[in-house]
Unconditional design. Structure first.
Length: 104
């Protein structure tokens, strides 16, 4: 899988913010916003581990923001859920979500 790095702006400095006035409230830049990448999965046992690890390595190397990867299992009948749980237990940037009511 070949991925090219997208142009990702650097996060704003923590000290940059606009002062509040009566006519305009203060807006503060978020020093390190959290990006949540949701990966839908249905019966992906053959590729899930490698896909998530590749994504995690890429994000850690190229993204200047905090991030988490959420695996959204939509009622898989194979070992997808077990693999997702294992990834979530062993990698702090990964979490899992199981949705048993497909299509709801």
């Amino acid at each position: 899988m070949n991925m090219k790095a997208a142009a990702i702006p650097q996060p704003p400095a923590r000290s940059r913010h606009l002062a509040a006035t009566k006519s305009q409230p203060a807006f503060r830049a978020i020093a390190r916003p959290l990006i949540d990448i949701v990966v839908p999965a249905l019966n992906e046992e053959k590729i899930l581990q490698k896909s998530i690890m590749t994504l995690d390595e890429y994000m850690a190397k190229h993204l200047p923001y905090r991030y988490q990867i959420t695996i959204a299992d939509n009622g898989s009948q194979d070992k997808t859920l077990a693999i997702a749980k294992n990834l979530a237990e062993n990698h702090r940037s990964v979490r899992g979500f199981y949705w048993r009511d497909k299509g709801v």
